[in-house]
Design a protein around this ligand. Structure first.
Ligand SMILES: [Cu+2]
Length: 145
């Protein structure tokens, strides 16, 4: 009787491990295909393998928004009044709700996807504007001066 229960527990444990591995493989498989379109080095023209996060070119500021220390990187973005700001979400790094990017005071809300990972706007008012993910776990500051 006792042995029977033990065997059932072992069988159950093996089944759970099998299911966990299966789920992991499915998620990994999906990530490989959905992430394939985005490449760190290609996100920002002129960027150096994702290291060059903010590129100023005349009136255009391009930001390669990635992740460092569980938060947005960069998490402080300084631009000048009147500049056009192009934020490119690095979907290889932005996981979960970090993909849902908000600058509430500017009415900006963007869900970064591998085939649609750019949001553009003009910095037309001075100030400090908080940005965050939809659940407020990742956050930072856009400074327009
Ligand atoms: Cu979040």
């Amino acid at each position: 009787m006792g042995d029977e229960i033990n065997i059932n527990k072992k069988t159950l444990y093996k089944s759970l491990v099998f299911i966990a591995v299966l789920i992991f493989l499915i998620v990994a498989f999906i990530n490989i295909f959905t992430g394939a379109a985005a490449n760190d080095t290609e996100l920002v023209k002129g960027g150096s393998a994702g290291l060059n996060r903010v590129i100023e070119d005349g009136n255009m500021v391009t930001v390669n928004l990635g992740v460092a220390n569980y938060n947005y990187d960069p998490n402080t973005i300084k631009v000048k009044l009147g500049q056009k700001v192009k934020i490119i979400g690095n979907v290889n790094q932005l996981q979960g709700c970090l993909k849902a990017f908000l600058i509430p005071d500017l009415g900006i809300s963007k869900l970064f996807r591998s085939n649609d990972n750019t949001v553009e706007f003009t910095a037309d008012q001075k100030g400090k504007f908080k940005f965050s993910c939809s659940m407020g776990m990742g956050s930072g500051l856009l400074i327009v001066e």
